[in-house]
Write a protein that binds this ligand. Sequence first.
Ligand code: FES
Ligand SMILES: [Fe+2]
Length: 400
Amino acid sequence: MTATDDTSVGVAADYNGLRQAEPSLPAAWYYDAGQFKTEMSTVWAKSWLYLCRSAALSGAGAYKTLSVGEQNILVLRTREGRLAGYFNVCRHRGSILLTEAEGTLPAGRVICPYHQWCYGGEDGGLIGTTSFAEPAGFQKAGHGLFRISVVEWRGFVFVNLDPDAVWDDEVAFQRGAAKLTDYPLERLVLGHRWVRQVACNWKSFWENFNECLHCPSVHPSLSKLVPLYRRRQINERDRPDWREHAQDPDPKYRGGLRPGAETWSMDGSAQGRLIPELSEADVARGQIYAVALPSAYIGCYGDHARIVRLLPLGPEAIELTVEWLFPPETLADPGYDMAKVVDFAVAVLEEDGRACELSQRGLHAAPYQAGVLMPEEYHLKTFHDWLRAALMPTDGNDDH
Ligand code: FES
Ligand SMILES: [Fe+2]
């Protein structure tokens, strides 16, 4: 991402920007059904995906289901307190097992609604069928639920459709997880959830997330709160001449919030509820992001955190689920108005959604085969490199 041998006049060696024009992805990758299917069965089927907060699966038998493209999965809390996850499909003749988005399983067992085969939640084993006898050649042991992988990480539940996936912070989060170490994610509780569909390809969402060239035109309010964004930058090193201002504490060069602001909210105020574990420097920094491609990012601010999950609904549609997390004492404070942070973020998300939808419509133009990345879009290049690597067959066991 950074060059160390750039001797161009006025270009700092540790400037972030791309030095040469890079093509963007082929236009058809944003709407082609075959490409979408390939991405679902490679990238999405082999990555860690955000499901929910641990607290949303707190009692024995509590479960959630989730659709990842055409794949439907279920995750449940066992009697031992573990989480177990399976494909939500019956081994008899393929019925969906659990039809609700969430609920509680009686006796911790999964019973198929079609012919009532019964599976144990602990290990997914087939406990019983409803036939008079078991035919020759049939063994219950070979007909347990298909497992997936489930992990609880700092109060968040992640799933991986690959039953042999091994959790690794560095793999699950392509950037930023280490920066969250001192942020008290575990003790935060859900304050609000917001769901919205956006008519764009899932990659457009990430590309938009990864640059701020659009910030002044698309996000006027956010650009006032974070002065660096008004300069179309995400980081201070996004301009070739950044070292000329390296000693200047002005947030328009340094990053961070405008003077006097404490958090991402309508008026920049944290309403007296800054998270006590954060240092002054943490608050001044304004925001920290951890990115867990392809499904989520976590944003941490002075008085709350926010996790944004995206799921593809098809080549040209995504569903966003946004959860705002707060310390319990903040939610218990009748003087704290959560709407100030929720409304601010929703406005930004709506602005981004509209921009992504405009791009999605334009991509269909017959002569448009691919675009071009400008210097500030270096994170898009990293995203494209990640995507191409994720699309590659691994260890010869890829099934395409
Ligand atoms: S399909 Fe589930 S019991 Fe028959
Ligand atoms: Fe944006």
